[in-house]
Design a protein around this ligand. Structure first.
Ligand SMILES: Nc1ncnc2c1ncn2[C@@H]1O[C@H](COP(=O)(O)OP(=O)(O)OP(=O)(O)O)[C@@H](O)[C@H]1O
Length: 268
């Protein structure tokens, strides 16, 4: 059951803005192509995990989807938006979220105020999300003194209170220990169960297996494979994806004479 009661105001839009379609996206910085001709479509209600080695372009892809970066060419289309601003339907939690110099409660309140939710309507929404994310004990604590795991839960609460249709999460459990990771994974499961589409990056194959309904595998700015999680982990189509799943270290070397050639080297 949603933590928003049926008569509480929703800070998000109501009509579905999904699916999210990316068409021929290219993005470069400093003259270097970083995302190369990427096309894919995200459907509502699923949990997408983006995998790939360091520098593959996973974070850039999230930022392009969320509109924080503009592609050089190609389109990001919210196919269901029909004139509605898709910004209100989405939220993102970065790898290192900036906490404001105020209490956990006030950090959530601020997110709602920026979204334009009336002051009188905010306490119910904040208390509900605090309850659901297990932050009650630390709601009055200064956000910057919270542990890494607590800060991450707060960052997710701050995003979830906006009731996004789509939640982008950039490595939500990076540097967290197993108990903190478990509690974040549970939270992601609950958010997903309430109908929010989750699109997240991670490095941990175990976590991808636990959470993903679908996997995207990236390498050097290209989307190499996008498939249902079960198929990805049993029979991926891409050789690099197979090597990645098998635990090989994959990387590439630039050859001056053949700058765009990908080389796979793998070893245990
Ligand atoms: N503003 C920028 N200017 C130049 N290069 C950039 C910029 N932003 C990202 N890059 C480069 O683009 C590549 C992809 O970056 P991105 O952060 O998306 O990788 P990632 O797959 O998320 O890696 P990681 O797993 O290490 O977080 C990297 O080589 C990075 O250095």
């Amino acid at each position: 059951m949603s933590f928003f009661s049926s008569n509480s105001p929703s800070p998000s839009s109501s009509a579905s803005v999904m699916p999210l379609q990316l068409k021929g996206i290219r993005y470069s910085a400093g003259g270097k192509p970083l995302i190369k001709d990427l096309s894919c479509q995200f459907e509502a209600g699923r949990r997408y995990v983006i995998l790939g080695p360091n520098g593959a372009g996973k974070t850039l892809l999230l930022r392009l989807c969320h509109g924080l970066l503009k592609p050089d060419s190609g389109q990001v289309n919210w196919l269901g938006a029909k004139g509605e601003n898709p910004k209100r339907a989405q939220a993102m939690v970065s790898q290192r979220s900036v906490m404001l110099r105020r209490s956990a409660y006030a950090n959530i309140d601020y997110a709602l105020s920026v979204r334009g939710v009336k002051r009188s309507l905010r306490p119910d929404l904040i208390n509900a999300v605090i309850e659901r994310t297990g932050l009650k004990r630390i709601a009055d604590k200064h956000a910057r003194v919270l542990s890494l795991g607590e800060q991450q839960r707060l960052a997710i609460a701050r995003a979830w209170v906006l009731k996004p249709q789509v939640l982008f999460l950039d490595e939500p459990t990076a540097s967290l220990d197993p108990p903190a990771t478990h509690s974040i994974e549970e939270l992601i499961g609950e958010i997903s169960a309430e109908g929010t589409t989750v699109i997240m990056t991670c490095h941990d194959l175990g976590q991808a297996k636990r959470l993903a309904t679908d996997v995207l595998f990236m390498f050097r700015g290209r989307l190499k494979e996008m498939t249902a999680a079960e198929q990805f982990f049993t029979k991926p189509e891409n050789d690099l994806a197979q090597a990645f799943i098998d635990g090989h270290l994959i990387w590439w070397k630039r050859r001056p004479e053949r700058d765009d050639v990908q080389i796979l080297e793998s070893e245990f």
